[in-house]
Design a protein around this ligand. Structure first.
Ligand code: KE4
Length: 425
């Protein structure tokens, strides 16, 4: 029995499913999850000391790769001065000013400890600011596990949402309308029906939780126009896309100014940190200034902020995102070429430093199309690549990530390995 198997067997005795987050359990791809003990640059090592080229990067935070020396040094220097104070620190002011400078729509920002907390707080803030309750989200978009967002579409497109998880009260879910991503007509219909009741629309500007789905031209501008017209808050959930698809995030890439933005992953540099921010008028509704309560013992934690500041400093290097995007495209285009050469039905796309791999003819543009990907083909590919030391996300319905530490050597090895596997088909 491998060390991974031993650890997984033992972990299941003390941790539900043996993991602290469900996607890590390999339920979607089958087999034994990999327990990692070390990461460096583009590589990780598992409990059996096997190395992998890592295209998960902890689900997005590690845009610089694992254990970047300048990030580690910043964490170490901060930690030596104390791990937490539960009081304001200068570093929190520094990162707040930086986020307000870098993200076009953010005039004020509040730091929290996870993307879930950021999305949950943004929804409460939008409800408090508008005095309305109903929210719109999109099938296949994931915004963390707040009750109001663990909701699936009702029977009819415009009926009330139903819980997508046990433990979510039906009355909570009923305030959430779940629509189809990229279906602007459906959103218009919902606003025609509920307009004056809609507190917010929350959307991943590039969806990364149903594999990668890019916004159709007109979709994001349409959401902006509808929210403006009806006085609803447009929330861009950029926990994944923030500083992943460009220095100005997805909102800069697509030229849209949301009213609120959630951030996470990259801004914490691998440490537990997230944020939500936006128009001053809305943010001023937050306690202690306004009536919307939100708090956190470790919010703005100095060690996490240090990792975030070090990361955000390095991503501002001239050409950083050009290089990252070029490397990601080299991966996706190379995989498509290798698949086509061996008659494998496969396509792929990159947006900045994130990518989608699809075992289907054409790029999916909706949740239904994403779900139509050949899951067995993906799972076979996943395990064959894993065996050869290449670690993709353990689910056909997740996006992948490239870091600045990935270079020609890693891309070439990945493509050569993939070609061997495609040739077997
Ligand atoms: P966290 O609470 O996991 O920090 O963030 C929730 C979240 C919010 N918004 C978006 C767009 C997200 O992608 C996420 C979390 N992403 C998943 C990956 N699909 C995290 C991995 C996991 O759940 O273990």
């Amino acid at each position: 029995m491998s060390r991974n198997q031993q650890l997984f067997e033992q972990s299941q005795k003390f941790i539900p499913g043996g993991v602290n987050s469900p996607v890590r359990a390999f339920k979607s791809v089958g087999g034994t999850p990999v327990f990692f003990r070390k990461g460096e640059g583009a590589y990780v090592w598992d409990a059996d000391d096997k190395s992998y080229i890592d295209y998960v990067g902890s689900w997005g935070p590690l845009i610089l790769g694992h254990a970047h020396p300048e990030v580690i040094e910043a964490v170490y220097a901060a930690a030596k001065n104390g791990l937490t104070f539960g009081a304001p620190t200068e570093a929190e002011l520094e990162i707040a000013e930086l986020l307000c400078r870098l993200v076009p729509s953010i005039e004020q920002v509040r730091l929290v400890s996870s993307g879930t907390e950021a999305a949950m707080s943004a929804i409460r803030l939008a409800r408090g600011y508008t005095g309305r309750n109903r929210i719109i989200k999109f099938e296949g978009c994931y915004h963390g596990h707040d009750d109001a967002l663990l909701v699936k579409a009702g029977s009819g497109a415009l009926t009330f949402g139903h819980p997508s998880s046990a433990g979510v009260p039906a009355e909570t879910a009923s305030s959430t309308v779940v629509l189809d991503y990229n279906d602007l007509a459906g959103v218009e219909q919902a606003f025609n029906q509920f307009g004056a009741e809609i507190a917010a629309v929350i959307v991943e500007p590039v969806a990364g939780n149903m594999n990668l789905i890019a916004p159709r031209p007109g979709f994001l501008p349409g959401l902006r126009e509808l929210c403006t017209r009806h006085g609803s808050v447009l929330i861009f959930d950029e926990v994944m896309t923030g500083f992943r698809v460009g220095l100005e995030c997805a909102q800069g890439l697509y030229g849209i100014k949301p009213d609120l933005t959630t951030l996470g992953k990259v801004i914490g540099g691998g440490m537990p940190m997230a944020a939500f921010g936006g128009r001053r008028e809305i943010m001023q509704c937050l306690a202690p200034v306004g009536a919307v309560y939100q708090a956190g013992t470790l919010s703005g934690n100095p060690v996490a902020v240090a990792a975030g500041l070090a990361t955000l400093k390095l991503v501002q290097a001239p050409g950083f995102y050009d290089r990252l995007t070029a490397c990601t495209r080299a991966l996706t285009e190379g995989l498509v070429t290798a698949a086509r050469k061996h008659g494998v039905v496969f396509c792929a796309q990159a947006v900045g430093g994130m990518f989608g791999l699809y075992f289907r003819e054409t790029l999916p543009e909706s949740y239904a199309e994403a779900m139509s990907c050949n899951r067995d083909a993906f799972n076979g590919f996943f395990h064959a690549m894993l065996e050869k030391g290449v670690y993709f996300a353990p689910s056909a319905f997740e996006a992948g990530f490239v870091s600045a530490a990935h270079g020609d050597a890693e891309i070439s090895k990945t493509l050569a390995t993939a070609e061997q596997i495609f040739a077997r088909k």
